[in-house]
Design a protein around this ligand. Structure first.
Ligand SMILES: NC(=O)c1ccc[n+]([C@@H]2O[C@H](COP(=O)([O-])OP(=O)(O)OC[C@H]3O[C@@H](n4cnc5c(N)ncnc54)[C@H](OP(=O)(O)O)[C@@H]3O)[C@@H](O)[C@H]2O)c1
Length: 251
């Protein structure tokens, strides 16, 4: 259990499902007023309702992170709801399969817009306020493939390597102003529901048999790492890449 984050505010992109949803839940459990975001208004409303039912604070701001304008608009709208953003979690991501010769311009642009361009313009919009207040935390959700490279998901793995470079650059630039920038690199993660539905399927077991952990991770396991990096427990942690991957980066 990390230190409570009572009174803080956070924007979590891609929190209408999967890992982002778990991050929103965990931050709200720690006392953060969370802005849930994604394209799906229905899943956004459901996330907000469930967080509020559990006693947390949340609002939904719909956004499609496909352009700089829509990304800036998300940051401005999120800030107008809570008054300020203390924690930014760049989690939204798309990860289509495709080798170099199969990658269309459309797919490349979709991957880079969501995975690289959106984090850059969100930080550009929100970090000046953090610097002015003398504190803030940015956590980028990367992937174990950023470092290893994945020839069969070339746009995806290269986009996460670009995001890792942004993490380092921002940690150098904004750390002296009190804004810590770090990254969590998940391994293969599946929701509890999908894992339960796939239990006994030999293909699912085979997909992770080579991992030291010999299983998929759970969204909540990634979310706990994000909450740690956003908290004062990580006050001396700048520009770190925290692998939460069942050992995937080792094999
Ligand atoms: N799952 C894994 O095994 C794994 C492993 C390593 C890293 N990761 C990383 O973890 C992050 C979350 O992955 P996940 O597995 O939780 O994926 P997911 O369940 O598919 O969720 C992706 C989230 O991103 C949002 N999103 C996608 N495109 C968007 C766009 N154009 N504009 C706004 N929001 C958009 C989606 O919201 P809407 O559908 O509402 O638009 C959704 O909330 C990603 O960055 C991914 O690369 C995942």
């Amino acid at each position: 259990m990390t230190t409570p984050l009572n009174g803080k505010t956070a924007l979590v992109t891609g929190s209408t499902s999967g890992i982002g949803r778990a991050i929103a839940d965990v931050l709200a459990d720690r006392g953060v007023h969370v802005i849930v975001s994604g394209r799906s208004a229905e899943r956004g409303a459901q996330a907000v309702a469930e967080i509020r039912e559990a006693g947390g604070k949340a609002d939904f701001v719909q956004a499609d992170l496909s352009s700089a304008d829509s990304t800036r608009a998300l940051a401005q709208h999120a800030r107008s709801v809570t008054g300020r953003i203390d924690i930014l979690v760049n989690n939204a991501g798309v990860f289509p399969e495709g080798a170099t010769t199969e990658t269309t311009e459309e797919v490349f642009d979709a991957v880079y817009n969501t995975n690289v361009k959106a984090p850059l313009f969100l930080v550009a919009e929100l970090v000046p306020g953090m610097v002015e207040r003398g504190g803030g935390a940015i956590v980028n959700v990367s992937s174990f493939v950023a470092d290893k490279a994945a020839p069969d998901r070339i746009a995806y793995s290269s986009s996460k390597a670009a995001l890792d470079n942004l993490t380092k650059a921002w940690a150098k630039q904004y750390g002296p102003s009190g804004v810590r920038v770090n990254s969590v690199a998940p391994g293969p993660v599946l929701s509890e529901e999908i894992q339960a539905a796939a239990a006994g399927d030999p293909r699912t077991a085979a997909a992770v048999a080579h991992l030291p952990a010999r299983r998929f991770g759970l969204p909540r396991e990634i979310a706990e790492a994000v909450a740690y990096l956003a908290s004062e427990d990580a006050a001396f942690v700048h520009g770190a890449f925290l692998s939460v991957d069942g050992g995937a980066s080792l094999v």
